[in-house]
Design a protein. Structure first.
Length: 400
């Protein structure tokens, strides 16, 4: 049946990793895929996760299915982390949470849920956004529109145009928002700007869908959820897709969650019933191991504090790599002001490097970046930072 069908194009990011693995350059550096790496270039298993897994295995008595929505303890723990234990949305049971296969699975479940009841709605994503947003919502059957976000001239947020665009989004449409550590730009809104976005959502009547993949990678787990808390106080319908891939390092366990927040508890019960029907026809039940391990950490005070410390170490390392990259480029005499990289947050940065430079770095130096010059700062180490800076300087002179 496949004889006359053309192969699908490789994923723009994961395809880079396949090229990287085949590259024979001994100095190769992967700055593409969004996976945290420590200073040795490895993606670590957190010590808190190791301890939680040992506790889980010792206490485990069955491999039976989880409920469709996941383990209830996991769902409560996620709500406390994402919404805040003192939030009205949590306290008044206006929120319902389901354990999903990663943040991607949470987005997909939310997209399918919304398509059932808002078939004519359009989905608005930031320009630029994580490439898979277009695929997930497009495959769910939505028309995709863009709102202004990143200004390539200032290397910062184009907030005035963003607000103007969101002010024209009609009631009933869906707006996807990066809660913190915007992927791919690393440019975030401040609290005052989030207040304005929440006001617009109330005024216009569109549905916010928050992608919360990097909680704790910006300023901290509490600080990074400001947008979620503000939408929660507004008393409107919105959704949050969260992930434990980055902040718990549970990449291959596919541990995420979809939280649906409603104006009232009765509505939340109705919403959960329909979320379950979406899950039942998709994957029936979530994977257990990662979620149960995360629950142990979130419910054990000592493990929780250990996890927060390990998360802080990851956050600090990324910020240090930002500083080293800016200083290294300056020391190599690379033309231009790259100080904007230090102002960005999270694992990613729009470096401002042209596609010609990106392609040259890959073919000549084995340095892999996503098209458009997006860099994963966690791919930098104290061992490869000088090589990368010198290579960028050479590329700017040769291929710019």
């Amino acid at each position: 049946m496949w004889k006359n069908i053309q192969p699908a194009p490789p994923d723009s990011i994961l395809g880079l990793t396949e090229q990287f693995k085949k590259d024979q350059n001994p100095h190769k550096v992967n700055l593409g895929v969004g996976v945290y790496k420590d200073n040795s270039g490895k993606t670590p298993i957190l010590a808190a996760v190791k301890k939680a897994e040992q506790m889980l295995l010792a206490a485990e008595t069955s491999k039976s299915y989880l409920p469709i929505s996941g383990d209830p303890a996991y769902d409560r723990a996620v709500q406390k982390l994402v919404l805040g234990a003192e939030s009205d949305a949590f306290q008044s049971a206006r929120a319902v949470t389901v354990h999903a296969p990663g943040g991607t699975g949470a987005l997909k479940v939310g997209a399918d849920l919304l398509k059932r009841f808002m078939p004519e709605a359009r989905v608005w994503v930031s320009s630029p956004t994580w490439a898979n947003h277009n695929g997930i919502f497009g495959d769910a059957g939505f028309a995709i529109k863009n709102y202004s976000y990143y200004n390539p001239e200032t290397r910062g947020l184009d907030f005035d145009r963003m607000i103007a665009d969101l002010g024209r989004v009609p009631a009933g449409d869906i707006v996807v928002l990066h809660t913190c550590c915007h992927n791919p730009s690393g440019v975030d809104l401040d609290q005052g700007q989030w207040d304005e976005v929440v006001r617009l959502a109330e005024q216009q009547g569109w549905i916010p869908f928050l992608d919360f993949a990097y909680q704790g990678f910006g300023d901290g787990v509490v600080e990074d959820r400001y947008a979620v808390e503000r939408f929660g106080t507004a008393g409107i319908d919105f959704l949050v897709a969260s992930s434990f891939s980055k902040n718990f390092g549970l990449y291959n366990e596919r541990t995420g969650a979809l939280t649906v927040i409603c104006p009232g508890a009765d509505e939340a019960i109705v919403a959960l019933s329909h979320v379950k029907t979406v899950i039942r026809t998709n994957y029936s039940n979530p994977p257990a191991h990662g979620g149960l391990a995360a629950t142990i950490i979130l419910e054990d005070s000592q493990l929780y504090e250990q996890w927060l410390a390990e998360l802080a170490d990851m956050r600090v390392r990324i910020k240090d790599m930002r500083k080293r990259l800016v200083q290294g480029l300056a020391d190599c005499g690379v033309a231009g002001d790259f100080s904007f990289i230090e102002k960005q947050r999270g694992m990613f940065s729009f470096s401002g490097l042209s596609d010609n430079v990106v392609n040259w770095l890959r073919t000549e130096k084995g340095i892999y970046m996503v098209g458009g010059g997006r860099i994963n700062l966690a791919g930098l180490t104290t061992d490869n930072i000088d090589y990368v800076c010198r290579a960028i300087g050479e590329a700017m002179e040769t291929a710019a």
